[in-house]
Ligand binder design. Structure first.
Ligand code: FAD
Length: 543
């Protein structure tokens, strides 16, 4: 097959026009093209309002000889042989047999993909999740948004599908992909109901409405391969003998029991604060790590479209996105994160009397506002005292979340940017009205933060005005607090992916500090399944 890169097409083009252009580039007729697969599509808006799609496509011709001659011409640097990296999962054939079923703790993307691969290749994992399955979870989350009554085990952070279920479902990652794991993640998503275009869009996105079905379908696949998924089941302790994991303590509906296993995957996510404390007490090696905190900003989506596309609403293009960085006067880096075009700000709290926010959108990204986190990196130097407690980042997050809860008296505190700069609580909105899941009220958002962080956020937003006109409008709506951007803790692992000094314990995904986002967490889940399969051969279980 031949790969052609940098094919520029008007955004209104048809598939037939793309094929025609491909034929023109290769110098072949339409009949000679027997197959055409889009590998990548991105938007080029550098000359807006003239906007183009830029494609990479793989093409098959009816005659291999013809392909050879085109490739050997070597005139066009955008034409090359198509090389597909196909993902392979190798099962150990000469290692120990796995006597007990592996246990995966956490059903976020890391745990879900780890369990999926283990199940597919015969390891019959038991996946446990403290929260509810997706349908019940959706009800609990909606109840929380409507009434403010929080279920600390089933919420926006916890439950089937993990933290990403109520999200925008952005699937791009900066993680390099020499082994094809990224594509495998996307392929598995598509196999379970995600739209096909995620395989080629440069910024793939699913949307919460589709994701919620997709995670349930992946769970059903795990079960069909012989795995087992237990919800409302929390790991409350771990059992170690002679530096080997021998099992975990679990609690389900108030009943405590032991689950013996020589292989336990910790796919806990970044919000499993009580579980991190339990692991520390049990002697698992943890380290504090940097993360970021800040606010969520809301603008009119039309304004972002105007800036990115040169028009308030483009007939062919999706709601526009952005990604911005700046450096504040005090040297702190400020950047936008988890931008949700046409979406909602959500109350994403998981602890009583503490409040945090995040962003979510549906597949259509059709809501009036664009929202994004504007965050500032904090390092252990910012929050680690003399005692060098690896959990000190969590204490810092909790303090900010308590302030946010107080600032909004339990509701999401909001402040217009003009008032944030003048350090006064807002009394009215301008043109931009908040689009939120969960109640909100005016509050002192600035006061949530230590002053140097608040100042950095202010300067960052002012700097972003140079890139997106209107970004620092006085009526830009700010809410807080964004404190769950990544894990404040690392559960350090060695090159075999096992916890330092504890055989059989596999820290995995975002909570372990080895991923950031849905796709990289899922990729890490796959990598962890591979590491387990390197050690053990599956055995037929006769239960
Ligand atoms: P998680 O998804 O956090 O899953 C961990 C699971 O473990 C949880 O379900 C939890 O209940 C369970 N668990 C924890 N402790 C225990 C225990 N002791 N016993 C049993 N179960 C336990 N990322 C993107 O890439 N794109 C986005 O658009 C995006 N939007 C987001 C929007 C929101 C509202 C949120 C909250 C996050 C968003 N993220 C997004 C981040 C993304 O969801 C996470 O990076 C990702 O889910 C991390 O995956 P994970 O599997 O490592 O952990």
């Amino acid at each position: 097959m031949i790969r052609i890169e940098q094919i520029k097409m008007k955004t209104s083009h048809t598939k037939a026009e793309l094929k025609k252009k491909v034929g023109h580039i290769l110098g072949v007729s339409g009949e000679e093209i027997t197959g055409m697969e889009i590998i990548k599509r991105s938007i080029d808006a550098r000359k807006k309002p003239e906007i183009y799609y830029v494609y990479t496509v793989d093409v098959a011709l009816s005659k291999t000889k013809r392909e050879w001659s085109i490739l050997n011409r070597g005139k066009n640097k955008n034409i090359s042989r198509a090389e597909e990296i196909s993902y392979t999962f190798s099962v150990c054939t000469d290692g120990n047999m796995m006597e007990q079923r592996p246990v995966v703790v956490g059903s976020g993307p890391a745990g879900l993909f780890c369990a999926y691969l283990l199940a597919k290749y015969g390891y019959r994992p038991i996946l446990i999740e403290q929260g509810a399955p997706a349908k019940e979870r959706r009800k609990a989350v909606e109840t929380f948004w409507e009434t403010g009554v929080l279920d600390i085990r089933t919420n926006v952070q916890f439950g089937e599908g993990g933290a990403g279920t109520f999200s925008d479902g952005k699937l791009n990652t900066l993680v390099k992909d020499p082994d094809g794991r990224n594509r495998e993640v996307l392929r598995i998503f598509v196999e379970h109901g995600a739209p096909e275009e995620i395989l080629y869009e440069s910024k793939p996105h699913i949307g919460t409405d589709i994701l919620i079905d997709v995670v349930q379908k992946i769970r059903k696949s795990i079960e069909s391969y012989g795995g087992e998924c237990r919800f409302y089941t929390k790991m409350t302790g771990i059992q170690i003998q002679d530096h080997n994991i021998v099992g975990i303590e679990i609690e389900q509906h108030g009943t405590h029991s032991l689950l013996p296993s020589q292989t336990v995957v910790l796919a806990l996510g970044h919000s499993a604060r009580d579980t991190f404390a339990m692991l520390k007490k049990s002697g698992v090696f943890l380290e504090a790590k940097s993360f970021a905190v800040g606010v969520r900003v809301e603008h009119l989506q039309e304004q972002i479209n105007l800036s990115q596309y040169g028009t308030k609403q483009h007939p062919d293009l999706p709601a526009a996105a952005y990604k911005l960085t700046a450096k504040a006067g005090n040297g702190r880096g400020v950047y936008t994160f988890c931008m949700c075009p046409g979406g909602y700000v959500v109350n994403a709290s998981s602890e009583e009397r503490r409040l945090c926010v995040n962003g979510m959108s549906y597949h259509g990204r059709a809501e009036k506002n664009a929202n994004s986190a504007v965050i500032v990196t904090v390092t252990p130097e910012d929050f680690m005292g003399e005692n060098k407690d690896p959990l000190s980042g969590i204490a810092f997050q909790r303090e900010l979340e308590e302030r946010a809860y107080r600032a909004g008296k339990g509701k999401i505190p909001v402040q217009c940017f003009g008032d944030f700069c003048e350090d006064k609580v807002s009394t009215e909105f301008g043109e931009i009205l908040p689009q939120m899941k969960g109640a909100c009220t005016f509050g002192d958002v600035r006061g949530i933060f230590p002053e140097d962080i608040a100042k950095a956020i202010q300067e960052g937003i002012q700097d972003f005005e140079h890139k997106i006109h209107g970004f620092s409008r006085n009526d830009t709506v700010l809410s807080g607090v964004e404190a769950r951007t990544s894990s404040p803790v690392r559960i350090t692992r060695d090159e075999s992916m096992q916890s330092l000094g504890i055989r059989g314990l596999y820290p995995c995904g975002e909570g372990a500090g080895y991923a950031g986002g849905i796709t990289s967490a899922a990729m890490d889940g796959i990598k962890t399944a591979e590491a387990i399969a390197k050690q053990y051969r599956p055995v037929d279980h006769d239960e």
